[in-house]
Design a protein around this ligand. Structure first.
Ligand code: SF4
Length: 360
């Protein structure tokens, strides 16, 4: 299917005119105030003729089919494939960004691919993907496009997945998540100081997004924390985060601890030792979390799913490859304990593959 002509100055949501004539964007807590012609911090929302527009609607930095475990989502139709894409720009400024070539892109020539929402849904269906993910950069900044893609996907029986830092406002949150089926939200650290120093952002709105998703929606939620040596990996910080997590989100939300590698503006920190991920996983489990995973390292124990009832291994994972499967639908085949998440009668077989695509 050939994509129709794509409008790039697409009318944006969540903005208002200030008394001094500037436009205030209310998509994220940065609340950028823009004069005519100015772009926001994220670079992709712009004041054009005194209207706020999204400049990247219908444009992508590339499409790829990944395993759903790579998002990472371990309890959302394990083993299935997900059609993934992102655009350009970001509303946070993380010094440790692991995708900075996309998130910091200022040139739209990175946005080589164009595709309408219907074309994306049709491609996902044709290629046997169970879901489409907005990832690589934050969908909050291209929300209008992501929501239209999600709607087209739902029509085709395909789920929509947001991979996001959760840096949103009370206005944008409900509008956006009404269209989503699952989300992986980055909890980048657990102090305001960490967010200020390393992300040019704030922690509180991220916690609000997590609570909103868990308490006010049916969107399937998993959380990821990239552990950076000496920055957010102390026993104390991890313990406090785990206590907040259990109290605010409950024990059933999966939490992924992933390994950092030096990148972008944080080149002075070492790679995360696998032992740090194992320690973090132990702390979270001790505090009552049922499903805690390690990522970006070879750790079959830490990447597999274990039954909180009888302790049996339910889903064996080695990397993104699935092995033994001891689930009957949502329940442990041994003791019947109900496992939180969305599971089909059997797991998918996509495996470790990563398949770049051109949809244009
Ligand atoms: S979405 Fe972009 S333009 Fe809007 S407030 Fe956030 S950074 Fe600024």
């Amino acid at each position: 299917m050939v994509a129709p002509v794509i409008q790039s100055n697409y009318p944006a949501r969540w903005w208002q005119i200030l008394p001094d004539g500037r436009l205030e964007c209310r998509a994220c807590p940065r609340l950028c105030k823009l004069q005519a012609g100015q772009r926001g911090f994220c670079f992709v929302r712009q004041n054009v003729d005194n209207r706020m527009v999204l400049t990247t609607y219908g444009r992508s930095s590339g499409f790829c089919i990944d395993p759903i475990e790579k998002k990472p989502l371990n309890h959302f139709f394990p083993g299935t494939s997900v059609l993934s894409f992102g655009t350009a720009g970001c509303n946070l400024g993380c010094r440790f960004c692991q995708n900075w070539d996309i998130s910091k892109a200022r040139e739209f020539d990175r946005l080589a691919d164009q595709a309408s929402p219907e074309a994306i849904a049709a491609a996902a269906q044709k290629l046997g993907c169970w879901s489409v993910a907005f990832t690589y950069n934050d969908p909050v900044i291209f929300a209008e496009y992501a929501m239209d893609v999600a709607d087209a996907c739902r029509e085709a029986g395909i789920a929509a997945v947001a991979v996001t830092a959760g840096y949103m406002t009370e206005e944008s949150r409900p509008d956006f998540y009404r269209h989503m089926d699952a989300a992986n939200v980055d909890l980048k650290g657990f102090t305001e100081e960490f967010y200020h120093r390393n992300c040019y952002g704030e922690l509180e709105p991220v916690l609000d997004t997590l609570k909103y998703l868990r308490q006010a929606t049916t969107v399937w939620l998993e959380v990821t924390t990239l552990l950076i040596p000496g920055e957010n990996d102390s026993d104390r910080e991890l313990g406090e985060a785990a206590d907040w997590f259990v109290e605010s989100l409950g024990p059933d939300v999966p939490w992924h601890f992933t390994a950092f590698h030096p990148d972008y503006k944080m080149l002075d920190k070492p790679r995360t030792p696998p032992a740090t991920l194992t320690r973090a996983r132990g702390i979270a489990r001790m505090r009552g979390l049922r499903y805690v995973y390690t990522g970006n390292v070879h750790d079959p124990d830490g990447s597999s799913t274990w039954c909180p009832g009888c302790g049996r291994r339910l889903i064996e994972r080695d990397g993104y490859e699935l092995g033994d499967w001891q689930l009957k639908r949502n329940c442990c085949a041994n003791c019947g304990f109900e496992i939180a998440g969305h599971f089909a009668a059997e797991h998918g077989h996509w495996g470790n593959r990563r398949l770049p695509l051109h949809l244009g």
